[in-house]
Design a protein around this ligand. Structure first.
Ligand code: NAD
Ligand code: DAU
Length: 362
């Protein structure tokens, strides 16, 4: 096997952390944070570059010495093993996944494949590579959706029983179970966090917030599922990345932490806030885009409400979110309005062709 010179350079680093899904929304924010904050760590970003992966998200750090990108599929066990070996991976923060609930309803098998089989491949590679080593950490980034759906009262804690209701959340619940099973059965050093809905820059415009902003700009209908009274608990993506950093370094092995922002909003309330902000910033009449609101058929099995109790993370590790939702959403709107090209490239599909051709091999 040909050993790239990079392999030798890498040995100067204190840790070599494999971040999977680093070209996606949350992954790119986490990669940026880790590369900038820890020059003594080598950050290896492994991403398949599916429709949701976009290397434009990382242009500002891609030249840095402690960053390396690998195009690979976590479902390819042989390739994953090879990467562990070749790059001497000693820690994993695993985010690569199919992440959109609506897509899971039309194609559950893809979610089983990536989110479950892909995770087990990574666990196997870590288990085999880290025999007799005690310092390594396998961190799984998961979702609050594993806990199911709340009524008007209550919050998810780390003790809430799993009750996934969509193919997406079933696949994430299953992967969480595998991660815990590898801790109990093989003694792998694992950590898990379950986070609420993230918002911020670089989110693929199929998700509610970027979709609505883009549609207001282009005066297209704003699809509201059902009555629009479903509630999500919104957290700024940078707050999420900072919580992951903290848990990765300070969280106890084998523990789970919930991450959330105490920012519950009904979907319709959030959409009206976006209309108000975007109309104002585009110099339109107040309320101009309200007429774009279009109530459509509800999502099948639509979870009514999510709310996270993050007190364990706050009390044990001293974490609190930095953003309040109003400021965070306004900053997010500003980012999308001044990054038309980023969103236009995705929506036009040009970026898909571009990257598929550019990164056939490493
Ligand atoms: P995303 O869809 O924006 O990004 C997913 C990334 O994974 C993409 O870059 C994609 O190319 C990559 N990927 C997909 N399949 C792959 C494969 N087989 N091999 C290698 N790479 C692959 O997702 P996101 O919103 O950034 O979510 C990241 C993680 O965080 C997911 O595990 C998700 O379940 C979890 N999560 C998301 C949220 C949220 O609000 N977005 C909240 C809680 C947890
Ligand atoms: O809670 C964490 C989860 O949040 C993550 O695990 C998922 O990866 C992430 O996609 C997100 O899931 P949601 O299904 O909550 O996010 P989404 O943006 O798809 O939808 C948010 C809410 O808005 C939800 O109640 C459905 C509704 N919605 C969504 C879309 C795309 C609409 O009403 N209209 C829409 O067009």
């Amino acid at each position: 096997m040909e050993i790239p010179t990079k392999y030798f350079e890498m040995n100067q680093f204190k840790k070599t952390i494999l971040i999977t899904g680093g070209a996606g929304f949350i992954g790119s924010h986490l990669v940026r944070l880790m590369v900038n904050k820890y020059p003594s760590y080598k950050i290896i970003n492994l991403d398949k570059l599916t429709y949701a992966g976009n290397l434009d998200n990382l242009r500002d750090i891609e030249h840095k010495e402690n960053y390396h990108f690998i195009k690979a599929d976590i479902c390819d066990a042989q390739e994953v093993n090879r990467i562990f070996d070749l790059y001497a991976i000693d820690n994993v923060i695993h985010l690569a996944a199919e992440s959109h609930v609506d897509r899971s309803i039309s194609n559950p098998l893809e979610f089983l494949q990536t989110n479950v089989i892909g995770t087990v491949n990574l666990l196997n590679a870590a288990k085999n590579a880290w025999v007799n080593q005690n310092e390594n950490i396998f961190y799984h980034v998961s979702t609050d959706e594993v806990y199911g759906s709340l009524g008007s009262e209550g919050m998810f804690t780390e003790k809430t029983s799993y009750d996934p209701r969509s193919p997406y959340s079933a696949s994430k619940a299953s992967s969480d179970h595998f991660v815990r099973a590898y801790h109990e059965t093989y003694g792998l050093n694992v950590k898990i966090s379950n986070c609420s809905n993230n918002y911020g820059s670089h989110q693929f415009p199929e998700k509610l917030i970027p979709l609505v902003i883009n549609n207001i700009v282009h005066k297209k209908p704003l699809p509201i599922y059902g009555k629009g009274d479903n509630v999500r608990d919104w957290l700024h993506v940078v707050d999420h990345a900072e919580a992951i950093d903290l848990i990765f370094h300070k969280g106890k092995i084998g523990e789970t932490f919930n991450i959330g922002g105490h920012n519950e909003r009904q979907n319709i309330e959030l959409v009206k806030l976006l209309i108000q902000l975007v109309d104002k910033k585009l110099g339109r009449e107040e309320g101009d885009s309200l007429s774009l609101i279009t109530y459509v058929k509800d999502r099948s099995g639509h979870d009514q409400r999510y709310a996270i109790d993050a007190s364990k993370l706050e009390n044990i590790l001293g974490w609190t979110p930095r953003y309040n939702v109003e400021d965070g959403i306004e900053e997010t709107v500003d980012w999308y309005l001044s990054n038309n090209e980023w969103i236009d490239n995705i929506v036009s599909g040009d970026y898909l062709n571009y990257y598929k051709n550019q990164y056939v091999n490493r």
